[in-house]
Design a protein around this ligand. Structure first.
Ligand code: UDX
Length: 453
């Protein structure tokens, strides 16, 4: 309460992990909480700093992350995350401690919400006696699969090799050993350290999960029973937050008028997210496969998609663009939520990062899954075997296989059935986010808890 009896907004500090797939849900959460009357500060790294322009109501504060260029360009995510946590701990603590000295009526911080990968923020909150809440931006199935991987590591079974890869993992249907979220990066030690830290809730008062009950029960029930703090499943958050750009790259909106010109349910959208990389040969096979499928396509070819080159557009095979002409549209970065919601889009070829998968599910768009690493393999199996709204392209990327997979999803009976199931699933997810739905109610409970701090 303010001095004149006015209720002042409580001040939250949000600490996102510096990758697109993590920045998006954290900023969506900030937007939702701001609309519920909280004031929001985002404390972020200099590396992959979010753009403040689209969020004038938030206070953005960069802290030095001390990441050397060679580490950033190595793309070694576990090593980068370890360095970010180690290097940002003190500047984060100093910054929040300063806020706690504030004389402004809403200057003091009432809670720190941190991405699970920014786990050192929990110890900052603890040492400053501020409540904290963890945000998990992934699925419950990935969380459980990661736990299982830790057990295998303890038993000395990782790296997995040979025929076991094809076998199902007992108690983790529908995963096979090869779908487990193990590391593709050199050091197993770095991976283990990150994953062990990410598991721990520590002194946090609750966990927010960007998932929705109807997709993840009964696993969710199991995890809720084991967790000593409340879990709030409030996803998919992009459906509860107004569409504000959270992109690190500039979206190319010219694809929307192009989509407007395409027939309803005719376009395949292709994007491998913000981190996944492919070889130049794979890029060429994708290109010729999309040319051969003879259907309209919108393809995100972002800088860095091809290993070892920034100017990826130049890596496209000669004659490809001219050959497909207006039937194909290539952009460096798309306004993905709008694209998936467009009536022309009937399928999504995705790497199955959780944001992409849930954005597709929320629009009733079935998927071709081409996971690259980590959680993407788990999500791909859930898309294909549990929710049954997609199929996985497992074979080597080869133009005929690409063209056949796209046609299977887009025009064949099997794909049409997947689309029907996807539309039905979209309806169930929508119910979750509507007033009275599971995510809506959990959001109310979360807000009540934070108002009580
Ligand atoms: C990473 C990991 O790869 C992923 O597995 C994990 O679940 C989250 O962190 P990323 O690869 O970027 O994320 O995938 P994803 O989770 O799908 O997030 C990408 C985000 O970028 C989505 O919200 C998507 O809408 C957005 N995007 C993608 C665009 O806005 N435009 C594009 O052209 C492509």
């Amino acid at each position: 309460m303010g001095s004149e009896g006015v209720i002042l907004p409580r001040h939250l500090v949000l600490v996102p992990c510096p990758y697109q797939g993590h920045i998006n849900p954290m900023l969506q959460l900030g937007t939702i909480l701001h609309s519920r009357g909280f004031s929001i500060s985002i404390i972020h790294t200099q590396f992959n700093a979010p753009c403040p322009r689209n969020h004038p109501d938030f206070n953005f504060i960069a802290v030095p992350d001390g990441l050397p260029d060679h580490l950033i360009s190595s793309g070694n995510i576990p090593a980068i995350l370890l360095a970010v946590n180690a290097n940002c701990h003190t500047p984060l603590k100093d910054r929040v401690a300063q806020m706690m000295q504030s004389e402004k009526p809403n200057g003091k911080v009432s809670c720190i919400i941190y991405d699970e990968y920014m786990y050192r923020a929990e110890s900052v909150a603890y040492s400053l006696r501020i409540p904290s809440i963890m945000l998990r931006t992934n699925t419950v199935s990935t969380f459980l699969a990661r736990d299982f991987v830790l057990r295998l590591i303890d038993q000395g079974q990782i790296p997995l090799q040979g025929s076991i890869m094809e076998k199902p993992v007992p108690e983790h249907y529908p995963l096979r050993y090869k779908d487990l979220p193990t590391t593709i990066f050199k050091s197993l030690n770095n991976f283990v350290e990150v994953v062990k830290n990410v598991r721990l809730v520590g002194s946090s008062s609750a966990v927010i999960w960007n998932t929705v009950d109807c997709l993840e029960n009964p696993l969710l029930g199991q995890v809720k029973q084991q967790c000593r703090v409340p879990i709030f499943t409030v996803g998919p958050m992009h459906k509860s937050a107004p569409q504000l750009s959270t992109s690190l790259l500039k979206e190319d909106y010219s694809c929307i008028p192009w989509l407007d010109k395409q027939a309803e349910n005719s376009v395949i959208y292709v994007s491998l997210g913000s981190v996944a990389c492919i070889s130049e040969h794979e890029l060429a096979e994708m290109a010729w496969g999309l040319a051969k499928c003879n259907l309209p396509f919108l393809w995100v070819v972002r800088p860095g998609l091809v290993r070892g080159t920034r100017n990826v557009q130049q890596s496209l095979p000669n004659g490809f663009k001219e050959g497909v002409g207006e039937r194909g549209r290539i952009v460096e970065w798309a306004p993905q939520e709008e694209v998936l919601a467009h009536k022309a889009v009937a399928g999504f070829w995705s790497h199955c990062g959780w944001n992409s998968a849930v954005e597709s599910i929320a629009e009733g768009v079935p998927l071709i899954c081409r996971p690259n690493f980590a959680d993407q393999k788990v999500t791909a199996r859930y898309v294909t075997h549990v929710w049954r709204v997609g199929m996985q392209l497992e074979e080597e990327l080869e133009r005929d296989a690409v063209a056949a997979a796209v046609r299977r999803l887009m025009v064949e009976e099997e794909g049409i059935e997947m689309r029907e199931r996807a539309v039905e699933l979209k309806g169930r997810v929508e119910i979750g986010t509507r007033r009275g739905g599971s995510s809506f109610k959990d959001l109310d409970r979360l807000v009540d808890m934070m108002r009580s701090f």
